[in-house]
Design a binder for this molecule. Structure first.
Ligand code: EAX
Length: 324
């Protein structure tokens, strides 16, 4: 009897040790922005929720300021399974899955609410699902926001005021074509190199939402901020398919629920910062100005025709109809 009990105990121990590894997981998430930006706040919130809902079995550490790599490197890292999670703008992501191209057309979203409707709806969810083909799982759309042009030369009101400016863009052909359309000279560059390039004046200008302009202290190296609202940047919360496939079905459900809850929080934090920073940037010495938006829209419109066949006229029309 004692021998049988010992054998059973050893067997039970082996079972526990051999139990699938979905027990405890310490995940790492990377992004390019500062720890006070809503990207980081949204990741920390997501981490808190999954830790609580998995009884501490799964934790998430968020690494800011490109510690785990540039946005392109984070995407490639998730494909290889060397990076667990990330929040990334759709602009570089469109280089991997073209169903994200449409979101970076100039002025395609009139406001955040219209963008949320499209991104949380059928069109947006299909784009997230398309990531599966490139080894990534899209959980939800966080937000980077409406992008504004800053520069060190002059106030920009009309599109022609941007003529000849060397402007840093993200690695996105629609962004580059849009600035060529107003006579500027686009320079694609990883975010982590941007502040130094502005400081050393190898470039004159850049474009980003106010929360980035403020949190990344661009007011120290740029004098003028023109409220162009030319692109809206969605920023999906992503997980490597290699990590996702290790999660149990229950844990995958927890991740999806946590992503939806953290998304709402992240967007609220971004809206708060976006509203507050117009004043705070002016107080920090930046010269803020409104622009002739219809003139900008008209000047960048040819980009729609230029990319219509690649994006699909039906896809562009579907988004335009959905935001009406
Ligand atoms: O996604 O590169 C950029 O300008 C982005 O706004 C930033 O990396 C966050």
């Amino acid at each position: 009897m004692r021998k049988i009990r010992t054998i059973l105990a050893v067997f039970a121990l082996m079972m526990v040790l051999a139990a699938p590894s979905w027990a405890a997981m310490a995940l790492k998430a990377g992004h390019t922005l500062t720890p006070d930006h809503p990207y980081h706040l949204g990741l920390v919130k997501f981490g808190e929720i999954i830790k609580e809902k998995t009884g501490g079995e799964i934790t998430l550490d968020a690494f800011h300021s490109s510690q785990l790599g540039s946005e392109r490197e984070l995407i490639e890292g998730m494909q290889m399974g060397t990076v667990d999670m990330s929040v990334i703008s759709t602009a570089p992501l469109a280089g991997f899955t073209k169903s994200f191209l449409v979101y970076d057309l100039p002025f395609i979203f009139p406001n955040s609410q219209a963008a949320h409707k499209v991104l949380d709806g059928e069109i947006g969810q299909k784009s997230l699902a398309d990531l599966d083909k490139v080894g990534i799982v899209g959980l939800a759309f966080y937000e980077n926001g409406f992008r504004q042009v800053t520069n060190s030369k002059r106030p920009i009101v009309k599109p022609e005021d941007a003529k000849g400016l060397k402007i840093r863009t993200m690695e996105n052909k629609i962004h580059m074509a849009s600035f060529r359309a107003v006579g500027a000279n686009p320079v694609p560059m990883a975010f982590g190199e941007l502040f130094t390039a502005l400081q050393q004046k190898t470039i004159d200008a850049q474009e980003n939402p106010l929360p980035i302009i403020f949190n990344s202290k661009f007011y120290e190296v740029q004098e003028f901020c023109s409220m162009t609202n030319h692109f809206y940047s969605p920023a999906p919360l992503l997980i490597s398919k290699a990590v996702w496939s290790k999660l149990s079905p229950e844990q995958q459900t927890i991740f999806k629920e946590a992503a939806a809850e953290a998304r709402t929080y992240q967007r609220e934090e971004l809206a708060k910062q976006d509203a507050a920073f117009v004043k705070q940037l002016a107080e920090a010495g930046m010269k803020m100005n409104d622009v002739d938006q219809p003139a900008w829209l008209k000047a960048m419109e040819p980009v729609y025709k230029q990319f219509e066949s690649e994006i699909g006229a039906d896809v562009i029309k579907a988004v335009q109809d959905a935001v009406k």
